[in-house]
Design a protein around this ligand. Sequence first.
Ligand code: FEO
Length: 396
Amino acid sequence: MQNKSIEISASCCLVGVKDPKRRLFDGLIALPEGTSYNSYLVFGNKKLALIDTVNPGFEKKLVRNINAVAKLKNLDYLIMNHAEPDHASAIPYIFLQNGKVKLVTSLMGGEMAKRFYNIPQERIMIVKDQERLDLGGKTLRFIEAPMLHWPETMFTYLEEEKVLFSCDFFGAHMSSAVFDNEAFNLEYHAQRYYGEIMMPFRPMAKRAMEKIADLPIAVIAPSHGPIYKDPPRILEQYKKWVVGETKKKVLLVYLSMWGSSKKMIEAMTKVLTEQKIEFVCYDLTASDIGDIAKDLVDARALVFAAPTVLGELHPVASFAANLVKTLKPPLKHAVFMSSCGWAGGAGKNFKEITAALSLDLVKELEIKGPPTAEDLEAVKSAGLALIGKLSAESEI
Ligand code: FEO
């Protein structure tokens, strides 16, 4: 049995489960290290509370973990910070075995609990922003933090021990470590997770960060991945990310059918290397889109190269361009490069797809067939123009 009595603070322990074999989330996001569904028990002198539950299929493991340190029948409150099934789907299973436990959640969370999980109204306790729940010597405070990344989301704060239960916020899809000081490459996973899940909701994430700015926090206990005993480690990252702070960094994404787009990308990376500009480059036929999401978090410029096929932007590149648009990164500049056999069109598609991002399109190059020496010179000029823009800007 995993995590059966891992202490988070004096009155709180982890009873969630690890899912190291999971490889995909939302049918979209690769999970190279699996994930965890962190669920927490908080013991007051009078009341016992469970904070969030677990993914479908792990209900029995959760109950075993609870019963290893307490008795499920003694549970008084089930706090639902977020209604998504990876944290809330075990609620009906818990309710079947405990006829008195109340679901504690936000107003919208209550509606979702009824719709998603058939929880009856009389078993739901709606809490407002900053409302407190006394467990006997321990106090839970609820902090509304909507649209992170669903509308009902909230945080729970254990006042006496300064533990912030943030659910998805500050999470990372990792299963290997319980605490931040045990996690290998945590920053990589946390940034990847932020890019995929929270970046599209940057204004709301910024508001949430402002809301907790003065909260004394000793431990951040998210519902995926490591628990932070060193909260500044993740707070300092989020402070930069939620305001869209970028680096003088170029993200190159390409797809090549016959090598022409690849040659243009190589010419571009040569310029960036010569000018000592930080860059990362992904071949869409062999890359994990989670890595692209990670680098979208702090890249200031995008170089996108892909051919026209069947009169349109190559469909895989079209997917990638749509992903960039959907994740709403803080990119400022772009260069688009393309090759076609006889008639173009890819550039038009790329601009249509990314229009909402209002990117400064420094250069659009559409060539026919393999790039000539002149074409490669044009790529170099585009690279230098892009570098000129980056160099003229401050680090934010
Ligand atoms: Fe981890 Fe939005 O669920």
